[in-house]
Design a protein around this ligand. Structure first.
Ligand code: SF4
Length: 114
């Protein structure tokens, strides 16, 4: 499946060049156009990591890392692994192979931005 995405991306880029592209900065192509689906809570890795779309719904008995005053300030949007701006609703997360996660979400791999 990964090779499939690479081939599709490669073909997409070739088409862009053949069509006289180059006007589009390749870095400006959003990840979503590359076919990456948003991470869902039902996925096995998401469940293992305690990922939720809404950080307010974290079971803090199961994931005490998000308990208390300091824990309540943890969200994907202020995690070091969130590859987006704090105001972005969705952004890629490296834990999930750069698939989009919710800025308002959270998982047990949360790391403070330095
Ligand atoms: S690693 Fe960070 S950005 Fe990724 S899902 Fe977990 S809390 Fe969110």
């Amino acid at each position: 499946m990964k090779n499939e995405k690479l081939i599709n991306r490669r073909n997409f880029l070739k088409l862009g060049v053949k069509a006289g592209g180059g006007a589009i900065a390749l870095s400006a192509i959003p990840i979503q156009l590359m076919g990456a689906d948003e991470v869902t809570e039902a996925e096995p890795l998401a469940q293992a990591m305690g990922y939720v779309l809404d950080a307010a719904t974290v079971d803090t008995a199961k994931f005490p890392k998000r308990a208390g005053e300091a824990g309540a300030k943890q969200f994907c949007y202020n995690c070091a692994l969130y590859a987006g701006k704090p105001e972005d609703e969705l952004a890629p997360c490296s834990i999930f192979q750069n698939r989009p996660v919710r800025g308002a979400g959270w998982c047990n791999a949360w790391v403070a931005k330095s």
